[in-house]
Ligand binder design. Structure first.
Ligand code: C2O
Ligand code: CU
Length: 480
């Protein structure tokens, strides 16, 4: 037995004991703390980016650690992490660890789960990611502007055992509305964007740059983690000449399957992990196309094969399924039923659909008021004090949640603190067992899902087209 190992154990044991005794923090040597917890630090501040490469114009952005996107945080499943967030913006911010099931106080919603991080101050987030998978992080204060100016990063929680692929790639996709001079266009929160498809931009980047070719090798197997960090742009990706296999959705492993029509529908906040076997020939080129918006298909990037002979003669036949995460299984027999109905938005002819109920608080600094509602109530803006829960769940109970979209628009509905097992879409069971934290509803869709309310606190449930959230497609529920 290696003596370093036992030494490590005893040091850890000592640290745990010390913490357990609640000895004053000042008595704990800082160096040994650093070995006990994985400590990271990120800083939100104004910066410059070059979306079109080293020769392109500088764009003024807000960024984590000065880069777009922010640093990819690679964490380990089940290992505690401490992330110190420093705010060098001239306004309040927070960080939401999108999709991670963590304690409510670490969820990053100002006014609801924490005090905002004021300019020049910092906040310490501490949690232990229970699930391996692909997640991301972004502010939850003034989100439309802060996310829209660039504050976002990928968060990868690694499996305990590495997954057998040749390469593990992350594509954080972001959409920008740039003006002619290459700067981020003004006009965040326009009533038109708010009541229609949101602030869809005119430049799409992968990991912060307008993508050049992606060089690949014949015969290699790639795990490609796709995350849509856009404010509003929905994407539908096709990989010409390839057959992607979906292995995880929103960070949660699913039954491996090929997407319908070979098209990966990726709405804002959604993640899809695919396994791509590079079956093209050396020297060949294949387009990756986004054809979500009718008549506006474009080539996002190109898979460019190098000239090397194939890595292997036959595609791998090892299974691509990922190990399941420890999600509590919903018990549908005794479930508490809740329904949320999405209402509002622009109808044909430019009329705003009736938004009933209270108009909620006006959006600070915005012309628009509420354009949307959930069950007749418009909760507008971003996280703020005094957000009253619309329903309460008993801790440990199963919630059977029906979401009905009465509007003429698409909405990726995001739940904080939980992953939901998707049961059915418009009455038909979903074909592959999947868990999601952002469920995309087409116009008039009804979706049923379920989750175990095992995580106490006040949690947000909102549309992740950020203009929609700001203009009323947001609610809060409580688990006690
Ligand atoms: Cu990605 Cu309420 O958040
Ligand atoms: Cu929406």
């Amino acid at each position: 037995m290696n003596s370093d190992f036992s030494h490590f154990i005893s040091r850890r044991g000592l640290l745990v004991a010390t913490t357990g005794l609640a000895v004053a923090a000042s008595m704990r040597p800082a160096s040994s703390l650093a070995t006990a917890v994985d400590e990271r630090r990120i800083r939100a501040a104004p910066s410059q980016a070059r979306f079109t490469g080293p020769d392109g114009p500088h764009t003024a952005v807000w960024a984590y650690d000065g880069i777009i996107p922010g640093p990819t945080l690679r964490l380990r499943q089940g290992q505690p992490v401490r992330i110190i967030v420093e705010n060098e913006l001239n306004q309040d911010t927070t960080v939401h660890w999108h999709g991670i099931r963590l304690p409510n106080a670490m969820d990053g919603v100002p006014g609801l789960t924490q005090k905002p991080i004021g300019p020049g101050t910092s906040f310490v987030y501490e949690f232990t990611p229970p699930d391996a998978g692909t997640f991301w992080y972004h502010p939850h204060a003034n989100s439309l502007v802060q996310l829209g100016r660039g504050l976002a990063g990928a968060l990868i929680v690694e499996e305990a055992e590495p997954v057998a692929v040749d390469r593990d790639l992350m594509w954080l996709l972001q959409d920008w509305r740039l003006s002619g001079d290459g700067q981020i266009a003004a006009g965040f929160g326009s009533p038109m964007d708010a009541a229609m498809s949101g602030r869809v931009g005119n430049v799409v980047t992968i990991n912060g740059t307008v993508p050049a070719d992606q060089s690949v090798k014949a015969g290699e197997r790639v795990r490609l983690r796709l995350a849509n960090g856009s404010l509003a742009r929905i994407m539908a990706l096709r990989f010409e000449g390839h057959r992607p296999v979906v292995v995880a959705i929103d960070g949660q492993p699913c039954d491996p399957h090929e997407p319908e029509g070979g098209r990966l529908l990726l709405a804002p906040a959604m993640r899809i992990d695919i396994v791509l076997d590079m079956q093209g020939g050396p020297g060949k080129r294949y387009a990756v196309i986004d054809d979500y918006y009718d008549g506006l298909a474009y080539t996002l990037t190109t898979l460019a094969y190098d000239n090397a002979p194939p890595l292997r003669a036959h595609p791998l036949d090892t299974p691509v399924g990922l190990p399941r995460n420890p999600l509590p299984e919903p018990d549908l027999s005794g479930a508490e039923r809740q329904q949320i109905v999405l209402q509002g938005g622009m109808m044909g002819g430019g009329k705003l659909a009736g938004v009933g109920g209270m108009m909620g608080m006006a959006m600070p600094g915005m012309n628009g008021g509420a354009a949307w509602a959930i069950n007749g109530m418009s909760m507008t803006g971003d996280g703020h004090a005094g957000m009253m829960p619309r329903f309460t769940l008993k801790r440990g109970s199963t919630c059977h949640l029906t979401m009905r979209n009465e509007t003429a628009w698409w909405h990726p509905m995001h739940i904080h603190g939980f992953s939901m097992l998707v049961l059915s879409r418009n009455g038909s069971p979903v074909p592959y067992r999947q868990w999601q934290d952002a469920v995309l509803l087409a116009p008039k869709d009804t979706i049923e899902c379920a989750f175990v309310a095992d995580n106490p606190g006040d949690w947000m449930l909102h549309c992740h087209i950020v203009d929609h959230q700001m203009a009323g497609l947001m609610t809060v529920f409580r688990v006690t």
